[in-house]
Structures are given as structure tokens and as C-alpha cells.
Write a protein that binds this ligand. Structure first.
Ligand code: ATP
Length: 453
């Protein structure tokens, strides 16, 4: 199998497992779907929460220089005018002249084997003509034009220019607009960060690669406010913290790469950007970004909203608009990386087995509890007892008494449950149970008491 096909197969296996076992379903599936949207099932929502809560713990709870905010998704349209999104949050669009299907021009040019970084629309256009690049259906393409990716809506009963608003395309602006509120209420010392998790919406021209490029997704962002004299120190420290988080997600270090974004490719306000890329099954792609955004955003608010964004260093007369370092994580991309890092196939007792080797703290189900036989009331009663003890302690514990033990183990392997506990006749005698390990498939005999320890 070629490398590319192998990768596609791995991706397809993950997508199919995700649907089959209740992690992630295509959005609005019963009505034929809605492209670029995904719904999380019982296991997916738990995995997603574990990933987001770990982030919140490592970046907010465990630190004394970070605070959380949770801003509204709908914001005053001036936010997006001042930030530049109304004018420049665009992607290059081309249309298949036969089918009228639309594609990202830069993606088609890149897929045809040419570098696209920093190319303008007219340069993309020239390349498409010169290299005779066609649509994926083999048809001629239209001219490249600019497409704004924000979803527009109107707020209130009258739809006019003044009532226009947008579904936020990033969570960052909801942090910047609350910077002054937090300084006025908490007056934290610099440097300090404001963190937010929440939905973001982008009308991607061609959503693709499972949840990697969605139209509705979730972000985890920090705006870290610094004295401009010390930005480099904070940039390096945050980069280190990012790697610590990725390690806690169980991502292998050799699949994580730092890409120093060259100047002509960076947003005009950014003085330094590092994209963290990951070797996904679809290839090496951006997982998250770390950008030094200078004072671009706060200065915009300072000038456009007419409110001072200056910070006065405590006990001095030193006043300035803080500069900002922004780590920006995409939850869906983190989930996709975690799923692909955890996906394993091996052979047990001559049979092919699929399992998800999640780190224990991310596993959506921590324990599965079963009575050896489902028609023996005394075993079922004892197993319910153990189930309740574990459920009280860990929350997400599953009960499974269907089929034989081997089948139960396979089902739990596929959803990444680290421990399966089986209650048998011996358990009734001596209060011991069998605990089977997902990765090694080894079984240990332990006391019920030690499970609760
Ligand atoms: P890309 O170049 O892949 O479109 P981007 O550079 O536009 O991404 P940013 O604007 O820096 O992305 O957004 C920060 C993070 O949000 C990204 O690193 C990614 O993890 C996530 N993200 C952005 N767009 C999407 C999307 N359409 N679907 C899922 N996650 C996304």
C-alpha cells in the first residue's frame, strides 16, 4: 500500500470508529447532513471535555497569572470592523465552471504540488492558468475571488445595516474587549493572561478532513498581556507550556513540529508566529498557533472605542498599552490528534484487535464493570456494588453484561477504557475481582477495597 493510501485508510478507520462507537457523528445526519458540522455523542463529549478541562487546569487553575473569561458569541459589529475581520478575513475562492462547486484556490494549487505561502489572489490565478490546474472533477476553474469567511446575522427584529452582527470567527476578540473590565476589577500585575474556551464559526469554502476543517468548532485561547520590553521571555515560557500540554495529551514528541512562520506569511501585526504542526494521518498540518500580536488589538480598541487601554504599573507613573502573546488552540484538531495518536491495531489470540490507547486521564470511560454471568443474580448484585463504588469515585464508569467476556473486552478496547473489572464466583468468597489492562491485556486479581483506595 502506498504511504498516502495507508494514511487515508487510517483516517477512514478513525472516522468510522468515531461514528460506530458514539464519539463523533456527521452533523444533522438524519436530514442528509450539513457540511462542515459535527455532533459529539456520549463518548465524544466526554473526551472533548477531558481535553478542554485538562487545558483549563494546566493553563488557568494551576497558575496564578491567568484568569478566565466567557464572552458572548454575538458582538457589536464594530469589534470586527476594528479588528480587520470585516475587510480581510477572507480566503481565495474558485468555482468549478461545470458543477459550480467551490474550492479554496490555494488548496488546489498546493495539492497540485506548488508552494502557496504568501501568494496573492492574482498570483494564484496566474499559477492556475499557467499550470493548467483543474478542479478535483477535472473541469476548468473560474477566476480567483475573495470570500469573507464570517457568518453574518442580524440582531433584533429589524434587519438593516445597523443590526448586522457575526458569529465570532475566533474567541480572541471577546478577551480583548474584556481586558479593561478585568483590569478594573482585579488589577492583576503584568504579565497576566486571560483565557477563554468556546465556539468559533468560519464559513470555510471547502470543509474537509473529518473535524480538522469545520465550519463550527471550538477554540481555547489565551491573550497574555506583557510589558513590551519582556515579550520574548513570555513567548518562550508559553511555548514550553504548550509542549507540556501536548505531552499530557499523549502526543508523541516526534510528531510535533515547530514552524517559524516567515515574515511575508505572518499577519501584518505579528512580530513572531510559531505554528505547531502535527503529523496527522492526513499529513503534517497546523494544530495550533503561538503569535506575538504586539499592541495591535488593544490599540485598535483604544483608538476606535475611545476608551483608554493603558495599563499603569502599580506604584509608578509608568503607563503603556500592554503587548500580547497569543497561544491559540483548536479543540477539534486536538481531538483529532489525540484520536490518531491513540489508534492502534494488533493481534490478540490470533484475532485482529482495534484499541484506543488514550492516556488514562483522557479516557472517556475509566472503568467497565461486568458480572461474569448475567443470569446469576448473586454475581450481578455484587457487580452492581462494585460499579456503584467506582462510579462514585470516577464518575464515568460503564456497566456491560452483554455477550461473552471476550466481546466485552473488545468493545471496551475500541473506546479506550483502560480497566475492565469482572466479578466472578471467587469474588463472592473473598471480595477480589479481576482487572484487565487495555494495553497489555494482562489480568490481575485485586481486592475490591484496593480499587476504592
Ligand atoms: P488554517 O490555516 O488551518 O485555516 P488558521 O491559521 O486560519 O488555520 P487560526 O486563525 O490561527 O487558524 O486559528 C487558531 C486555531 O483554531 C488553529 O490553529 C486551529 O487549531 C483552529 N482552527 C482554525 N480554523 C479551524 C477550522 N475551520 N476547523 C477546526 N479548527 C480550526
Amino acid at each position: 500500500m502506498s504511504d498516502k493510501t495507508e494514511k487515508n485508510v487510517q483516517m477512514e478507520n478513525i472516522v468510522s470508529l468515531a461514528k460506530r462507537r458514539g464519539f463523533i457523528y456527521p452533523g444533522s445526519d438524519v436530514y442528509g447532513g450539513l457540511s462542515g458540522t459535527w455532533d459529539y455523542g456520549p463518548l465524544g463529549v466526554q473526551l472533548k471535555r477531558n481535553i478542554m478541562q485538562l487545558w483549563w487546569k494546566m493553563f488557568v487553575d494551576d497558575r496564578d497569572d491567568m484568569h478566565g473569561v466567557d464572552a458572548a458569541i454575538l458582538m457589536n459589529q464594530n469589534v470586527w470592523k476594528a479588528s480587520g475581520h470585516v475587510d480581510t478575513f477572507t480566503d481565495p475562492l474558485v468555482e468549478d465552471l461545470e458543477t459550480k462547486q467551490r474550492f479554496r484556490a490555494d488548496h488546489l494549487v498546493k495539492d497540485a504540488g506548488f508552494a502557496v505561502d504568501g501568494l496573492s489572489n492574482s498570483e494564484l490565478n496566474e499559477l492556475i492558468i499557467e499550470k493548467q490546474i483543474k478542479s478535483p472533477n477535472g473541469n476548468e476553474l473560474s477566476e480567483v475571488r475573495t470570500f469573507n469567511m464570517m457568518f453574518t446575522t442580524t440582531v433584533g427584529p429589524v434587519a438593516d445595516e445597523k443590526s448586522v452582527s457575526y458569529l465570532r470567527p475566533e474567541t480572541a476578540q471577546g478577551i480583548f474587549t474584556n481586558y479593561k473590565n478585568v483590569v478594573d476589577t482585579l488589577y492583576p500585575d503584568l504579565p497576566f493572561g486571560l483565557a477563554q474556551q468556546g465556539k468559533a464559526f468560519r464559513n470555510e469554502i471547502s470543509p474537509r478532513d473529518f473535524i480538522f476543517r469545520s465550519r463550527e468548532f471550538e477554540q481555547m485561547e489565551i491573550e497574555y498581556f506583557v510589558n513590551p520590553a519582556n515579550w520574548e521571555e513570555s513567548f518562550s515560557a508559553l511555548l514550553k507550556d504548550i509542549h507540556a500540554y501536548l505531552e499530557a495529551l499523549g502526543l508523541p514528541a516526534d510528531k510535533i513540529h515547530e514552524l517559524e512562520v516567515p515574515e511575508n506569511d505572518r499577519a501584518h501585526y505579528s512580530k513572531r508566529t510559531i505554528d505547531i504542526e502535527y503529523d496527522f494521518p492526513i499529513g503534517r498540518e497546523e494544530l495550533l498557533g503561538l503569535a506575538y500580536r504586539t499592541d495591535f488589538d488593544l490599540k485598535n480598541i483604544h483608538e476606535n472605542a475611545g476608551k483608554s487601554m493603558e495599563y499603569t504599573v502599580k506604584g509608578t507613573n509608568e503607563r503603556f498599552i500592554p503587548h500580547v502573546i497569543e497561544p491559540s488552540f483548536g479543540v477539534e484538531r486536538a481531538i483529532m490528534a489525540v484520536l490518531s495518536a491513540a489508534y492502534r491495531e494488533d493481534e490478540v489470540n490470533g484475532e485482529k484487535r482495534i484499541y484506543l490507547a488514550f492516556p488514562e486521564h483522557l479516557a472517556p470511560v475509566k472503568y467497565c464493570v461486568s458480572p461474569l454471568l448475567k443470569n446469576k443474580p448473586e454475581l450481578v448484585a455484587k457487580a452492581r456494588e462494585v460499579y456503584m463504588i467506582l462510579k462514585k469515585k470516577h464518575g464515568n464508569v460503564m456497566w456491560d453484561d452483554n455477550g461473552n467476556i471476550g466481546k466485552r473486552y473488545r468493545r471496551q478496547d475500541e473506546i479506550g477504557t483502560p480497566h475492565c473489572v469482572v466479578i466472578d464466583f471467587e469474588s463472592l468468597e473473598d471480595n477480589s475481582v479481576t482487572v484487565r489492562d487495555r494495553d497489555t491485556t494482562e489480568q490481575r486479581r485485586v481486592s475490591i477495597e484496593s480499587l476504592n483506595g
